[in-house]
Design a protein around this ligand. Structure first.
Ligand code: C2E
Ligand code: CA
Ligand code: CA
Ligand code: CA
Length: 280
């Protein structure tokens, strides 16, 4: 069926209709869930090649009353679409602050320990990012330098001058930037050198192939070498096997993150994990 709507034709598509209804339902559920405090951050540790716990990545989870734990890929796109992402970001940031403050109180981290937060493209492009960050961390006994903002390469694809300025302003407040899923976008390392970036994370898809063949190995090796020449720290994500870890160490990777070390955990489980693993 063809329906006239303004000057454009839209086609009635039952599958699309079902999808839209599902999205609308999810949106209503998200609004309810935010009000009932069903979101929290999980934490996955990052360990240096010498075994030191250097930080963690915060990953949002939805503790749904009937569905159980819902993974971010299922709701982040909807939250972005319906303007709810800011609220979720603030929940994650608040949890990060609570964790860092706790670790500081117990005196079990140094000032180099940092926790990463995933920044959505909506947030990154918003002029309020800096003030949102500063407002949320105010009142906690933490340093902005202990928070790392993970953005993806595609977010750097817009106007370079504007982006660099936005990043410099946030960096001037003390926050650091990390490029997530590195290698999956279209940028290259030389392009990256224009931006104030402290760290890059090699995407899991490359780490998966590092042991497979010469190409997988060379790609990872090249990323590490070039990043080091630009003074950018390199983290491998999705490390699952000891053999991967050993190979990455031989390539002088700075840090690794993955199920080999630990899966993402609740804040209290992370605290226990941290205490038993800082002895190294
Ligand atoms: P990401 O930023 O690339 O996060 C890494 C994902 O890989 C996480 O999935 C993590 O649980 C998973 N992972 C870590 N180590 C391993 C491993 O060794 N093996 C395997 N198979 N997986 C591993 P998760 O938590 O489901 O998050 C998925 C994506 O959702 C994230 O990808 C990120 O893009 C997004 N996301 C998560 N939390 C947030 C958030 O607070 N805000 C925003 N905007 N996005 C978020
Ligand atoms: Ca990430
Ligand atoms: Ca990633
Ligand atoms: Ca990834």
């Amino acid at each position: 069926a063809k329906m006239k709507k303004g000057n454009s034709y839209s086609f009635y598509d039952p599958a699309l209709q079902t999808l839209l209804e599902k999205q609308a339902e999810l949106e209503t559920d998200l609004v309810r869930a935010i009000a009932s405090d069903e979101f929290c951050a999980y934490f996955q540790p990052q360990v240096s090649s010498s075994g030191k716990v250097i930080g963690a990545e915060a990953l949002i989870r939805w503790n749904h009353p009937s569905k159980g734990l819902v993974a971010p890929n299922e709701f982040i796109p909807i939250a972005e679409q319906y303007g709810l992402i800011q609220k979720l970001q603030n929940i994650v940031l608040r949890d990060i602050c609570i964790l860092i403050a706790q670790l500081r109180t117990e005196n079990i981290i140094d000032e180099l320990f940092s926790v990463s937060i995933n920044i959505s493209h909506c947030q990154f492009n918003s002029s309020t990012l800096k003030t949102e960050l500063l407002n949320t961390i105010a009142g906690f006994d933490i340093l902005p330098a202990q928070i790392k903002l993970e953005i993806t390469e595609s977010m750097l694809a817009g106007d370079i001058d504007n982006t660099v300025q936005q990043m410099e302003e946030i960096k001037a407040k003390g926050f650091a930037f990390s490029i997530d899923d590195f290698g999956t976008g279209y940028s290259c390392l030389t392009h990256l050198s224009a931006f104030p970036v402290k760290e890059l994370k090699i995407d899991k898809s490359f780490i998966d192939k590092v042991l497979d063949d010469a190409t997988g190995f060379s790609i990872v090796k090249t990323i590490i070498t070039l990043a080091k020449s630009l003074n950018i720290t390199v983290v491998a994500e999705g490390v699952e096997a000891l053999a991967q870890h050993e190979l990455l160490k031989s390539l002088h990777i700075d840090a690794i993150q993955g199920y080999l070390i630990a899966k993402p955990m609740t804040k209290s489980d992370y605290l226990v994990w941290h205490k038993t693993n800082i002895a190294n």
